[in-house]
Design a protein around this ligand. Structure first.
Ligand SMILES: *Cc1c(COP(=O)(O)O)cnc(C)c1O
Length: 462
């Protein structure tokens, strides 16, 4: 077999072109074979198809690029959950924009590693300017805001807690009962006290309870508020929380992993008022933002806040190199080798502009309102609450939690629709997270129809 060509250099694009054609055909064939939002048959059927395609995993003699790409990509696509289909709406899991995927190809082909300037001379500068621009969206009034590129909200929350700990010592985290689980894991990882959770009787962090907690707990204190909870999309009352933090001398980290991109929307930006008062803000562009995974950010109001992450490794950022003017990248992450996730973000921001991104955000939020209307008007469905972002919780009126859970699993097994689940008010709800910016009213009606068919065919009492 001839030695496999490399992706870089002047010859790389020509080597890639025929392989990409194979990949694109296989993606198409797999999507046709799947024929819907999700593979049919449940875990056993999917696993059997994958095992058949994947074996032998490591043959003595390779099967060649074309066979390997066609077989495995087709199988993956056939067995994929496809959020480009509006009936796939369980999680904060989006189909990426085609232009962002094309940009990601360039990132893969060039393969800059973001841990030293001599591996990423242009990509590191692109990361610097784009990160600063995005940080200025969060902190428009600050002189020198900055943002780190992360793998997502989990890493951003960890870094937010770490930076607070480096400023103040072992901070006591105080968060709402509905805060993301990664906040608890970050506290555990950083050896901080177990976070104190404040009730959310009205669906968001309860201000009176927060006031009491901040008064009674020993400091240093770090409040973690959420702008867009994973389960309901609710936004904690950020300005009031920031006021309480100031009054009690607590720091504030805001987990805007879900809601952060509302910043791009004239219509919805106001919901994030108070964001700029946090010492750090997590936001994800692989949710609202339509990027391929991963595309996370941690924004801080002042670049100096990032100094605890500085570290010197002689082979990456020797002091004399830095003094001679080579940019020092190691302090921009806890990771070493790091993908240039900024490339697809930069291309998306430039291609769509603020208006284009804002329109996508507006469309998804409007779709959630439309779905809520459809649920509300239907006598056999119950709506949990009016949506804040793009999440709608609903359930069949009169169904038990077991019946509700069964409907979700049946729709999954049949590959007909992908809905999530969430608890609220002590009951189980079906969750639709409508990140697909192309979903039409007809699609939303079809999503509901799948649940209604189950009510009849699954024998759930009317
Ligand atoms: C998704 C999410 C996270 C975790 O982000 P990842 O990108 O999955 O690491 C954290 N907080 C909230 C509110 C989220 O929605």
């Amino acid at each position: 077999m001839p030695s496999p060509p490399l992706a870089g250099g002047t010859a790389g694009p020509d080597a890639l072109r025929p392989l990409l054609a194979v990949v694109l055909d296989a993606l198409h064939e797999g999507a046709v074979a799947r024929g819907g939002p999700f593979p049919v048959g449940g875990p056993d059927a999917v696993a059997a198809r994958v095992r058949e395609a994947a074996e032998p995993v490591l043959p003595d003699t390779g099967t060649g690029a074309e066979d390997a790409l066609r077989t495995l990509v087709r199988t993956l696509a056939h067995g994929a959950a496809d959020p480009a289909n509006p009936l796939c709406a369980a999680h904060l899991h989006t189909s990426p924009l085609a232009l962002a995927v094309a940009a990601d190809l360039a990132a893969s082909a060039l393969n800059p590693s973001m841990d030293s300037w001599d591996q990423a001379p242009a990509a590191s500068e692109l990361e610097a300017v784009v990160s600063r621009t995005l940080a200025a969206e969060v902190y428009p009034e600050r002189d020198d805001p900055d943002a780190l590129v992360t793998t997502g909200g989990t890493e951003s929350n960890q870094l937010g807690l770490l930076l607070a700990r480096e400023r103040h010592g072992a901070v006591q985290v105080v968060c709402a009962a509905g805060a993301h689980h990664s906040v608890h894991r970050a506290a555990w990882l950083l050896d901080l006290p177990e976070p104190v959770t404040v009730p959310t009787s009205s669906g968001v962090l309860d201000l009176a309870a927060l006031d009491t907690a901040l008064r009674d707990l020993p400091g240093p204190l770090l409040v973690v508020a959420t702008a867009g909870t994973t389960d309901t999309g609710r936004i904690d009352p950020l300005p009031e929380i920031a006021d309480l933090c100031r009054r009690h001398g607590a720091e504030l980290h805001i987990d805007a992993s879900y809601g952060g991109p509302l910043l791009f929307s004239d219509e919805h930006r106001g919901k994030l008022a108070g964001l700029e008062r946090a010492q750090s803000v997590a936001l994800d562009l692989h949710k609202l933002g339509w990027q391929p995974i991963a595309a996370g950010l941690l924004a801080v109001p002042d670049r100096a806040h990032l100094s605890p992450l500085r570290f010197t490794a002689d082979y990456l950022n020797a002091e004399d190199d830095t003094k001679a003017g080579l940019p020092d990248l190691l302090g921009r992450s806890l990771r070493t080798t790091r993908r240039p996730d900024i490339v697809k973000i930069a291309v998306t921001l430039r291609a769509l502009g603020r208006t284009g991104l804002g329109e996508l955000v507006d469309h998804t939020c409007a779709a959630a309102q439309q779905l809520a209307d459809l649920v509300d008007e239907h006598p056999r469905l119950e709506l949990y609450e009016r949506p804040t972002l793009a999440t709608v919780l609903f359930r069949p009126a009169g169904a038990t939690d077991e019946q509700t859970a069964d409907i979700r699993r049946t729709l999954l097994a049949d590959g007909r629709a992908v809905l999530g689940r969430a608890r609220g008010g002590g009951r189980l709800w079906l969750k639709a997270t409508l990140l697909n910016p192309h979903a039409t009213p007809g699609d939303l009606a079809a999503l509901i129809q799948e649940v209604l068919i189950e009510l009849v065919e699954g024998g759930t009492p009317r």
